[in-house]
Design a binder for this molecule. Sequence first.
Ligand code: SF4
Length: 261
Amino acid sequence: MQLSTVNSVRLNETFGPTVQGEGPYIGKPCFFIRTQGCPVQCPGCDTAYTWDGTEKGDMHDLGKLYGWAIESLRQFAGCGFVITGGEPLTLFRNVAWKTFLIHLKEQARWISLETSGFIGPNETDRAKDLIEYLQLFDSVSCSPKITPCLHSPHYTDKQLDVNLPWILRAFDSADADIPRHPSDLCFKYVVRDNDDVIAVVDHVRKHSLRARRHPLYLMPYGLEAEEVAEGCRRCVEWCARYGFDLSPRVHALLWGKKRAV
Ligand code: SF4
């Protein structure tokens, strides 16, 4: 892949091989690419180092990043790539980044996106770009930060939902260039208590997500293994009562707060 050195993006870290620890691709071997920065800034964020100023990230030349990905796949051909953050949706207009993803998708078993679904209220005029960006991924895991345990002081629920219609449109067969299956887009909600779960149930109802047949997950809040294990135990009843699937945090269960594993 030919990309000039001006084509670079700010990343927080790249690592692997490991396994995806959350959502529908749980257990799949993969490498992670973590972008720097997030506009949402939730108080309970588990990757606050990507946006709170403690780390700046590094500019990564996309040609070199592609070289790293190809070398990684040469050694570990069974892996996919998780694009996460921070908020990697903010790169949706970066042409070089999208070219990188197109080439990566040709080589890897799969690429998936982890997103809060938020890029800001001023971006809705670029909905076509957002839809095209989302169609680059085999799987999109959207985790709206509307539960009280993560609620950003900077935005209301309504503001955080501003981009959701465009995310849904990317998976409507009438609008997609490539027909998509509903399971290509899942919703994963972080919950700590009953108030969080009630907020999730309202959100699912408001956007008719159940009728659209997207997989719906509850995931426990927490970073430490025992906190997550206890959260998983609490989630079982909520999942059974309200019809969600449980997404553990495999990395927290296995390694706690350890980074890049
Ligand atoms: S949206 Fe995600 S990355 Fe951004 S602050 Fe909230 S939890 Fe952290």
